[in-house]
Ligand binder design. Sequence first.
Ligand SMILES: [Zn+2]
Length: 201
Amino acid sequence: MSKHVAGPEIERLIQLLARLPGLGPRSARRAALHLIRKREELFGPLTDAMQVAREKIITCKTCGNIDTVSPCTICQDNRRDPSVLIVVETVADLWALERAQALSARYHVLGGTLSPLDGIGPKDLNLASLAARVAVDGVTEVILAVNATVDGQTTAHYITDLLSHLEVKTTRLAHGVPIGGELDYLDEGTLATAMRSRTDF
Ligand SMILES: [Zn+2]
């Protein structure tokens, strides 16, 4: 057993912080010390913010996004293009696309991908309402913004089949050379896909 250097309350704080993604025990100790040092301006407000967030966070019944209101802020935003629906695996992916500000549309969060090996089937994902949303809401394009993994592509094919009876275009994200990417450093799969999906200059 490791030797404790602080009282049980502080040890518990460190242990909990160490469970956060990206924080190991060492970073957790540093974070705990930082919080303790900044008790007034950081620790207090952070505790309050966490408490409020914990009480108010809900899942949007329309799209599966996380917010404090349902329909969520994005679903309620009338300035977004109502004809486009972007399908993502997780809320993290939704946030990433929002940060990129590439398109002002609405989303549908699946909550994962189909994965026969892990026993994750269509019923385990937020798929039931997708076809209904597309049919009712006047959506003309569904963008399958899923990961470029085997499971992601399996899911994309499943959704394409699911929506095939509807008058809607399904598209997927382009796979290719990342911005600032040097060809010599790319893996062969990425390079080959980029070559196949070349576009006019
Ligand atoms: Zn929503």
